[in-house]
Design a protein around this ligand. Sequence first.
Ligand SMILES: C[S@@+](CC[C@H](N)C(=O)[O-])C[C@H]1O[C@@H](n2cnc3c(N)ncnc32)[C@H](O)[C@@H]1O
Ligand code: SF4
Length: 335
Amino acid sequence: MERLVDTLGRPVRDLRISVTDRCNFRCVYCMPKEVFGRDYPFLPRAELLTFEEIERVARVFSGLGVEKIRITGGEPLVRRDLETLVGLLAPINGLDLTLTTNGSLLARKAEALKDAGLKRITVSLDSLDDGVFRAMNDVDFPVTRVLEGIDAALAAGLAPVKVNVVVKRGLNEESVLPMARHFRGTDVVLRFIEFMDVGHSNGWRLDDVVPSAEIVAAIDAELPLEPVQPAYRGEVANRWRYRDGSGEIGVISSVTQPFCGDCTRARLSADGQVYTCLFAVKGHDLRALLRDGASDEELTAAIAEIWRARTDRYSELRSAATADLQKVEMSYIGG
Ligand SMILES: C[S@@+](CC[C@H](N)C(=O)[O-])C[C@H]1O[C@@H](n2cnc3c(N)ncnc32)[C@H](O)[C@@H]1O
Ligand code: SF4
């Protein structure tokens, strides 16, 4: 088959799979309580892809060039027996398989995930200050339990553990330096992420974004940094290492330095919709094909057609004109 690329010449290399739209946290920048309350219409179980359906889709994407899969959500570890899915995906052709979690259930799951074949893990943690963290997850979850999860992941051999920190102006800017100090010289790599205007319910304003350049400058002033060359084209994080050799950090600048030109990511929602951009308004229904008995060839052709038609470069176009789009929520599409 000829090399599959989209209208801008971008291949499909990464797939993010959301396994649930539910979460036990209500992070203020992702699932604000006022929107994701008791009455929120989360997906009924029957609408979720089964693990076997997810495995099939993953194999088809692998055949089309996907080399890396990230399991995400919502909170992936709230889906029962998630390690079973890891066990199904891990053996697929040389896949780089990883998972993003809020860490709340990780202390008791890390070993099983590793045994099932998970190689790496990313944990989200926005502050080491217990008060700030509880306010950001908005369910009063203590920071110590996430730190226990990170330790369990390291002990299980899932190192290096990446820790994602979303920085929001006025909320946790003060947490940046203490986190850098705490994790420097460990097997944990911090990645600071600019607060993004995903979904249409997180009340995003440009003023709330702390530019990555500001974060790098703040860390560099105390702990001198130098840039690291990207490991591969399309790497989302800009990497920096401590000049004294005590490790590295990354910054993800999707607002101040959009990277659509190199974006090779597809996303599969928990109910089997394919999205070709995090900021998409509409997905493509693969579940209907799966449940109508489509063959692997038919699935391959359908996905190839979606990818070939892909034009998305939302982050580069971000402007007043796109602000009111009914974009899908990050907890649904998978961050
Ligand atoms: C949607 S979460 C799903 C996985 C898991 N629940 C977690 O929190 O790691 C994936 C990542 O997206 C990040 N995220 C969520 N909302 C965001 C926003 N508005 N801007 C930037 N990053 C965001 C989270 O911090 C997390 O690192
Ligand atoms: S960022 Fe992750 S943990 Fe926080 S609400 Fe969103 S899905 Fe849940």
